[in-house]
Ligand binder design. Structure first.
Ligand code: WQD
Length: 348
């Protein structure tokens, strides 16, 4: 496919970044990846090549390092847009190390925004999160739902980043910003060449579940079944990571084709359907034929009870809709876990 232009993907060896790099290739763009590998593995580049046939251009750059980032952008002054994934993203870790999170997530973004005009780069798609909404009073969540006080430094960095981008786009009409608020990304590329690579003991449900089924973890703890939900367990909007990646390409297309109606736009990226933890377990067992050993445990501090998206704005304006079924997505997560076992059979 003709090269539709170079797209800088910061954090592109990460979970969502790597899947987005694949979809950018598929759409005829040239993704260029920078990543400091603080929470990802360079082998991901080979996974992207296995899927697309092309090894993406990659440099080990830390977005906190203004000088190196500037030199990199000088070498790639034909960048048409940036998709900014590079950030720390563990809720729990952010509570223990708030200053690390503020420095990493906020300084990186400000560096990018200050360098962009110097290289005539005017387009940025930002990886935000439904965490900015906190526990919504009304469901489903729309882009106009109130932003509640963050319940973790991680959530604060996402809210602050959105504010910084809002103010920067108000001050510079040439700057086009798209904020993508992800709900819960899960699953892996169907090829099982790339997927989620959690460091250490996973915080998130799916990697912990698949590691438990693989025998790496003893049992999955379901954090609470006494919530005011139909089966008592928490409800989330679990979105297939490939569907999520495709939404980033739609956002890039929109701004490069100048179809954006304002120079800052916000989109919820979810399936529009809420699914409980126990439903995830049951659906995983049905999709894979595997048993999930689990026990009911006390609630996890900081968890919100239920949240799912109204994704109609993205459906209408981005022409994007989540397509994968929950069964397909859970099966992809299991296939990926099995592939990881083949590579590194030892337990952590
Ligand atoms: C989902 C549900 C848990 C693990 C966080 C961030 C969000 C995004 C995704 C970065 C909850 C339950 C979990 C387990 C369980 N991160 N659970 N046993 O907390 O909704 O969202 O990760 O962008 O910003 O806030 O995701 O996967 O941790 O939890 O019962 O071992 O699974 O209680 O209800 P969460 P999660």
């Amino acid at each position: 496919m003709a090269n539709k232009g170079k797209i800088l993907v910061t954090g592109g060896t990460g979970y969502i970044g790597s899947h987005t790099a694949v979809e950018l290739f598929n759409a005829g763009y040239e993704p260029v990846i920078i990543d400091n590998l603080s929470n990802s593995n360079i082998g991901v580049l080979d996974g992207i090549k296995a899927i697309t046939g092309t090894l993406p251009t990659y440099e080990n750059i830390d977005c906190k390092d203004y000088i190196s980032l500037g030199h990199f952008m000088e070498r790639h002054s034909d960048i048409k847009a940036i998709i900014h994934f590079a950030a720390s993203k563990s809720v729990g870790e952010s509570v223990e190390q708030p200053l690390v999170y503020y420095r990493n997530n906020i300084v990186s973004l400000i560096n990018l925004l200050q360098l962009m005009p110097k290289f005539n780069i005017n387009n940025i798609v930002f990886s935000s999160s439904c965490t900015v909404y906190g526990q919504p009073d009304v469901l489903p969540v729309t882009e106009n739902s109130p932003i509640k006080p963050a319940t973790s430094p991680y959530g604060s960095t996402k809210q602050m980043s959105e504010t910084i981008l809002r103010d920067a786009s108000a001050a510079d009409k040439n700057l086009n910003v798209v904020l993508l608020r992800y709900f819960n990304p899960i699953g892996a590329h169907p090829s099982a060449e790339i997927g989620e690579l959690p460091n250490g003991i996973p915080n998130n449900l799916l990697p912990y579940l698949t590691q438990t089924v693989a025998g790496i973890r003893k049992t999955l703890k379901v954090f609470g079944n006494d919530y005011s939900t139909p089966d008592g367990s928490c409800i989330r909007d679990y979105i297939n990571v490939v569907d999520l990646a495709k939404a980033h390409v739609c956002a890039i297309d929109r701004i490069l084709e100048k179809k954006n109606k304002k120079n800052l736009e916000v989109f919820n990226l979810g399936t529009g359907k809420g699914v409980s933890v126990l439903e995830i377990i049951n659906t995983f067992e049905k999709a894979t034929g595997m048993k999930v050993p689990y026990e009911i445990a006390p609630r996890r501090t900081g968890d919100i009870e239920q949240v799912w998206a109204d994704a109609s704005h993205a459906n209408k304006e981005l022409g994007w809709k989540a397509e994968a079924t929950l069964e397909e997505t859970l099966l992809s997560a299991w296939k990926w876990q099995q592939k990881l076992q083949e590579r590194e059979p030892k337990a952590e």
